[in-house]
Design a protein around this ligand. Structure first.
Ligand code: SAH
Length: 370
């Protein structure tokens, strides 16, 4: 048996950390193509060929957290802070519905004060009420991503109409996690939140950053097995993009470089494929951060097993203040021209767009028997 066959032989058995780490380490184009094909084959068999759109709105950049990698961390005093008016967000939700996107994502910086919780609850209720129509009797499907909260808060958000929640664990390596966050932010607390979200009834999404300084392929392999252990429904992960401003004072360890942009993109595509191969029927997003390194890579991720895309609807006037990392796209992804272009590129890859459907994670639907 030649080396290539030996390496790829085990795809139909449970993969170990060492297997996954070995697949992540490949650089040969042919071998990468083999992993890509296997992921695509599993995606088409388990989930079909539809790509689901979620319109993404970044509602506020006010944040109590101080994640060292993030451009809107509390420490960064050079950012103009904003909170979008609820009516503006509802207007964007209607615009998304009119584009026939049946799902909406609200992301924001992390706050636990009563004013913020009321604000999000109110926005959720308004979107639900105002996007109901004949085609969507339950309104838009809403995914929320506003960080760590108490179980009571998660329950309120669920009752107000959000039914999916994204909370990236960022890395499951305790060592790396502690390098990325101040001592009061812990990996245990994040994992606990993922469990609370599941208890409340959300479809739960998580993910990691790929190519962190000091991160090894074994760490990433463990991340995939963590997704499996926690029975996660949705995955959003992208390359780490160093931000010198964010990293500033009290930030990440100096002197440890992250891998090259090419490696971070390759690892992200391979992570997408291997997550599909291991988890099979979950939803996996082709994330925006990929685009910051390589304009083609977000769509390429669709060939590596991703089935969700999140066009950015945040208005340009505030988007410049939601720079989680440098070179974030400033394109108006709500425009008809962008939409048509994206649609064409997706069709060119033989994929359809799941217009008018929430596009829930099949994994969650099977677990909940819905
Ligand atoms: N407050 C929300 C949203 C966080 S921002 C929450 O806590 O869930 C969304 C994601 O952007 C983060 O989870 C992180 O994975 C990613 N991100 C932030 N800074 C980044 C950077 N420098 N490079 C790559 N991804 C980054």
């Amino acid at each position: 048996m030649n080396e290539q066959n030996e390496l790829f032989f085990k795809f139909d058995q449970p993969l170990s950390v060492d297997d996954i780490a070995a697949y992540l380490s490949i650089t040969d184009k042919k071998q990468i193509g083999f992993v890509q094909q296997k992921a695509e084959q599993i995606l088409l068999k388990e989930c079909g060929n539809k790509v689901y759109f979620r319109a993404l709105v970044e509602a506020s950049n006010i944040c109590r957290s101080d994640c060292y990698y993030c451009g809107i961390r509390k420490f960064n005093k050079s950012v103009d802070r904003y909170q979008m008016e609820p009516e503006v967000i509802v207007g964007l939700a209607k615009q998304a519905r009119d584009l026939n996107y049946a799902s909406f994502v609200i992301q924001a910086g992390e706050r636990q004060d009563a004013g913020f919780i009321d604000y999000i609850e109110n926005v959720l209720c308004s979107i639900k009420e105002q996007t109901r129509c004949d085609k969507l009797p339950d309104g838009l499907g809403i995914t929320l991503s506003v960080g760590e909260q108490t179980k009571e808060t998660y329950q309120r958000f669920f009752n107000a109409g959000a039914h999916r929640y994204l909370l990236r664990v960022e890395t499951t390596s305790p060592h790396l996690f502690s390098k990325l966050h101040p001592p009061e932010q812990t990996l245990e607390s994040r994992i606990n939140c993922l469990k609370l979200l599941r208890d409340v009834g959300f479809q739960v999404g998580t993910g990691v950053m790929i190519g962190l300084p000091g991160q090894k392929t074994e760490d990433l392999a463990n991340d995939i097995l963590f997704f499996q252990d926690l029975d996660i429904d949705m995955i959003g992960m992208g390359p780490f993009i160093p931000d010198p401003i964010a990293q500033g004072v009290g930030g990440m360890e100096e002197g440890v470089e992250c891998p090259s942009p090419e490696t971070r993109v390759r690892w992200t595509l391979l992570m997408t494929a291997l997550t599909r191969i291991v988890l099979k029927d979950v939803n996996i997003a082709a994330t925006t951060a990929l685009q910051a390194i390589d304009p083609q890579a977000r769509e390429q991720a669709l060939r590596f097993g991703a089935n969700v895309m999140m066009p950015l609807l945040t208005p340009q006037s505030v988007r410049k203040n939601y720079n989680l990392y440098p070179k974030k796209s400033m394109r108006d992804e709500a425009s008809i021209s962008f939409h048509k272009e994206l649609e064409k590129r997706i069709h060119e890859q033989g994929r359809e767009i799941g217009y008018g459907a929430w596009g829930d994670s099949l994994h969650a639907c099977k677990r909940n028997k819905t």
